[in-house]
Design a protein around this ligand. Structure first.
Ligand code: SAH
Ligand code: SF4
Length: 341
């Protein structure tokens, strides 16, 4: 049975037309689900009995199962079990400006970044739109508060699952859906150039973040094998074209690993690389994991790095450390769970 959370509004409209029903029924169903949080077709009182029955026989509205949940003051971290028994995770972060969720896009990841727990466990499968939409639904239900923004920065490489991720974005962005503003949705990629191009051509106002993590090919290839296929020069050129095309500022994520990419030389090289580009750099403190050797950059290195970028007129911020006390780094919770199996 198809899960209803896989359907964009247009898909559902098409479905209703195909069974000889009025198109606006799709909006009504969307509103029941996404605005009133009713997932049982029989409770949708403006839908006829016959149609309720038909919908019930056609669509599943299954949610996910919360396998574990860890909470701290500003963060909730969820491990979800999917319909097929796989695990993924999502994180809720409470900012001054609202609730933000980091969602996963795949079970595991094939990009093989050497610092990343998600990449340590290879991709099992892509998530479909319903798997992603339901991460948000589950958290919304759990905290009974509105979700204001979404980042696709959990387990997986979203641009290795492009179509499903775009469907997901359109479902949550719909005014009849969860209605998360496009400017409040960010997709983070390790730098798959053809997909960045495609993304720039979508009729969407959503944001792009690039995981750069190194200012030269030698170092970046060591950290991110994907750099072999899509080296820095080409990546920067694509980012520049994306900015020209969309007029949107791009976020550059830069994970700081002690004595690896947090040196003065790296900061200078990064400043040169990004000069003149409409980007802002987000320096990310590394969350150490028990399986991987890299160490968190000490505060002093972080501040020196920051200062050099600032001095070179690069927009830069240091990401607040969210819930490192609760295994909040990308993929850690799932990795621990899978190790136990
Ligand atoms: N695959 C995409 C999105 C998921 S990873 C990408 O790589 O952009 C999201 C971000 O988390 C990436 O910038 C990644 O480098 C970062 N990350 C991975 N492991 C981390 C860790 N242990 N501590 C902090 N950030 C981490
Ligand atoms: Fe995959 Fe992103 Fe982790 Fe790299 S950092 S292995 S692309 S999830």
């Amino acid at each position: 049975m198809e899960n209803i959370f896989n359907y964009k509004l247009e898909d559902l409209e098409e479905y209703f037309l195909s069974i000889g029903e009025k198109k606006f029924k799709a909006r009504q169903v969307f509103e029941w689900i996404y605005k009133k949080h009713i997932y049982d077709f029989y409770e949708m009182s403006n839908i006829s009995k016959v149609l309720q029955e038909k919908l019930n026989n056609t669509f599943s509205t299954n949610l996910l199962t919360i396998k574990t949940k860890q909470t701290s003051k500003l963060t909730n971290k969820y491990l979800f079990e999917l319909d097929d028994g796989n695990y993924i995770e999502a994180v809720l972060m409470r900012h001054d400006y609202g609730n933000s969720i980091c969602v996963s896009s795949q079970v595991g990841c094939n990009m093989g970044c050497t610092f990343c727990e998600s990449g340590r466990l290879k991709k099992v499968r892509n998530l479909d739109a319903a798997d992603m939409v339901r991460q948000i639904i589950m958290i919304q239900e759990d905290i009974d508060e509105r979700i204001d923004s979404v980042v696709v920065m959990g387990i997986g490489e979203p641009f290795d699952n492009y179509t499903n991720v775009m469907n997901f974005v359109r479902i949550i962005n719909s005014p009849y859906g969860i209605e998360i503003g496009a400017r409040h949705i960010t997709i983070s990629t390790s730098g798959l150039i053809p997909m960045i191009k495609k993304y720039g051509e979508e009729d969407l106002q959503t944001n792009l973040a690039i995981s750069l993590h190194a200012p030269n090919d030698e170092l970046r290839t060591k950290l991110m094998p994907v750099n072999r296929a899509y080296p820095i020069k080409d990546l920067i050129k694509e980012i520049s074209e994306y900015i020209d095309k969309t007029n949107r500022r791009v976020t550059i994520e830069y994970l700081l690993l002690k004595d690896i990419n947090d040196t003065k030389e790296c900061a200078i090289e990064l400043s040169k690389l990004l000069r003149g580009l409409n980007v802002y750099v987000n320096l990310i403190p590394y969350n150490e994991t028990s399986h991987i050797e890299y160490k968190t950059s000490p505060k002093e290195n972080v501040m020196n790095f920051y200062d050099i970028l600032k001095k070179n007129k690069i927009n830069v911020t240091v990401r607040k450390r969210f819930g490192d006390e609760i295994d909040a780094a990308c993929g850690q919770l799932r990795a621990n769970e899978v190790d136990k199996l």
